[in-house]
Design a protein around this ligand. Structure first.
Ligand SMILES: NC(=O)c1ccc[n+]([C@@H]2O[C@H](COP(=O)([O-])OP(=O)(O)OC[C@H]3O[C@@H](n4cnc5c(N)ncnc54)[C@H](OP(=O)(O)O)[C@@H]3O)[C@@H](O)[C@H]2O)c1
Length: 261
């Protein structure tokens, strides 16, 4: 199926590693152009090199950006405006894993997670609207977690802001429908990415073994960690004109892990 992504333009937050980079690879393979943002210039350079070495047909731009800072975020969006003059899609993917015991989580930790997981999305969408309105098929994709729909023990503060991200997705799909801007989400269960490579390294285990044990401990019904490309295929479809009648939806990418549809 041709996703009609050729020549389209996407800004991916957290595009330097893991799921964001996997999505970038799929998009440039389809002939789309990507602007990758993340805090580390080194990681962005490595990501761009990987995509170029793999023979990307789309163009790859990078901009070091901490999405929690509205001025720096605006500078990334200005780069898209200067280089392209349009955005066909904004992917709100930047995030870090946070969870812990409720009683010991400080106000500062709640605030930091709020700024990264919710406020940065709100600002990124608001600040991108003028560029999204210049596209004939604009959309926003919020990369969330299945904990948006159910909150297991010791899953806060992340799960609370994931639930808020789901509400943002649903509410904005109606607010922005008049502009033709679709807003959707993916709810990730356990999908291979650099954060799990780091997790395995921290426990001094091969990543395959570490992921297999974690998939088993979590009780993933399909019995394995998801592949990055499996996430990227769903995300690319949601961003594409082929998903033109989908808005306000959230797709579980979790091998059946979620107890909630
Ligand atoms: N993989 C999973 O199983 C899973 C499960 C549930 C949810 N998720 C969510 O999916 C998203 C992608 O995660 P991943 O697994 O691909 O993790 P990852 O490999 O660690 O990638 C995270 C990306 O976010 C960037 N980032 C982090 N903080 C940032 C900030 N303040 N400003 C700008 N960029 C920032 C990182 O780059 P820098 O460090 O250079 O900034 C990196 O590019 C995250 O939101 C994560 O919480 C993933």
């Amino acid at each position: 199926m041709d996703l009609h992504l050729e020549g389209r333009h996407f800004l991916i937050t957290g595009g330097s590693t893991g799921l964001g980079l996997g999505l970038a690879r799929t998009l440039v393979d389809e002939g789309a152009h990507v602007l990758l943002v993340g805090r580390s210039q080194d990681k962005l350079d490595a990501a761009a090199q990987q995509l170029t070495d793999a023979g990307a047909s789309g163009r790859v731009l990078t901009k070091p950006t901490d999405v929690r800072d509205p001025d720096i975020l605006q500078a990334a969006i200005d780069t898209a405006e200067r280089e392209w003059g349009v955005l066909d899609g904004l992917v709100n993917n930047a995030g870090v894993h946070t969870s812990g015991g409720f009683e010991n989580t400080t106000d500062e930790e709640w605030q930091a997670d709020f700024e990264l997981k919710l406020l940065a999305k709100v600002r990124g969408i608001r600040q991108s609207l003028p560029l999204l309105r210049k596209s004939d098929a604009p959309s926003v994709l919020n990369v969330l977690s299945i904990f948006a729909k159910f909150q297991p023990p010791r899953s806060m503060p992340s799960s609370v802001y994931r639930a808020a991200g789901l509400a943002l997705t649903n509410g904005l799909s109606r607010d922005l429908a008049a502009d033709g801007i679709r807003v959707n989400a993916t709810l990730i269960g356990f999908v291979h990415s650099d954060q799990w490579v780091r997790g395995a390294a921290a426990s001094d285990q091969p990543v395959e073994d570490w992921e297999a044990k974690r998939a088993s401990d979590l009780g993933v019904p399909l019995g394995r960690v998801g592949r990055t490309e499996e996430f990227a295929d769903i995300a690319a479809f949601l961003l594409s004109p082929r998903a033109g009648y989908l808005t306000g939806t959230a797709i579980n990418v979790d091998g059946g892990l979620s107890m909630v549809i």
